[in-house]
Design a protein around this ligand. Structure first.
Ligand SMILES: N[C@@H](CCC(=O)N[C@@H](CS)C(=O)NCC(=O)O)C(=O)O
Length: 208
């Protein structure tokens, strides 16, 4: 049994989607971020930066933090979505997500959506970067069905929940036809729909 320490954010959803995709039994333990539960001593023992997601694999008695490391662990354990022959390309797109796409879209959320009006510089800077991320992903997906090639991989699983925040990005995903095609395709996967709403609160994936 895998225990997923979770909040319904893009980083949390990467892992609930993966667990559904690999059909692993799992239990969700909600970490209430707004209440500061991520700073509890017990949680910090398995998450040194006080962030979700974290998993504990009770079968192997191991806890793992950082979404990219968790995705690799689950992919290797299940033998899915991480073709060893394509490992270098999958790693590239996965690491680009955790190091670039996620953190920078995250700044765009902060300046543009949650705290607009507080910093013109921050708003403009991250809006511009967010637009280039859409353009760069669109260009990649013009050449390739999925991010790391012809197969759906953990790089797509990592990136999808961030693009699922498109309504608050205000960039107009519709104008990016290849990114839209990729998004719609992944949105229709049963495991993605289930993993997106792993708390069963009726949350739906935003449509284009
Ligand atoms: N690099 C980390 C980022 C994780 C992260 O930023 N998690 C956020 C939620 S999406 C969090 O736990 N925030 C709580 C806080 O910052 O206090 C990963 O990819 O797992």
């Amino acid at each position: 049994m895998i225990e997923l320490f979770y909040a319904n954010t893009p980083n949390g959803r990467k892992i609930s989607i993966m667990l559904e995709e690999i059909e692993s039994p799992y239990k969700v333990t909600l970490v209430k971020l707004k209440e500061g539960e991520q700073f509890n001593t017990k949680f910090r023992a398995i998450s040194p930066f006080s962030k979700i997601p974290v998993i504990t694999d009770h079968e192997n008695n191991i806890s793992i933090f950082e979404s990219g490391a968790i995705l690799i662990y689950l992919a290797e354990k299940s033998g899915n979505f991480y073709d060893q022959n394509n490992r270098i390309f999958i790693n590239q797109w996965l690491i680009a997500q955790v190091a670039h796409v996620g953190p920078l879209l995250g700044q765009h959320h902060q300046f543009h959506h949650y705290n607009s009006g507080k910093s013109k510089f921050g708003e403009e800077r991250y809006f511009k970067i967010a637009k280039s991320i859409y353009k760069d992903l669109d260009e990649r997906l013009e050449k390739s069905e999925f991010l790391a090639g012809n197969e759906y991989t953990i790089a797509d699983i990592a990136t999808f929940p961030w693009i699922a925040r498109h309504p608050i990005h205000d960039i107009g995903i519709k104008n990016f036809s290849h990114l839209s095609r990729w998004y719609k395709n992944i949105s229709n996967r049963k495991a993605v729909i289930k993993g997106y709403d792993c708390l069963n609160t009726g949350e739906k994936i935003p449509k284009i």
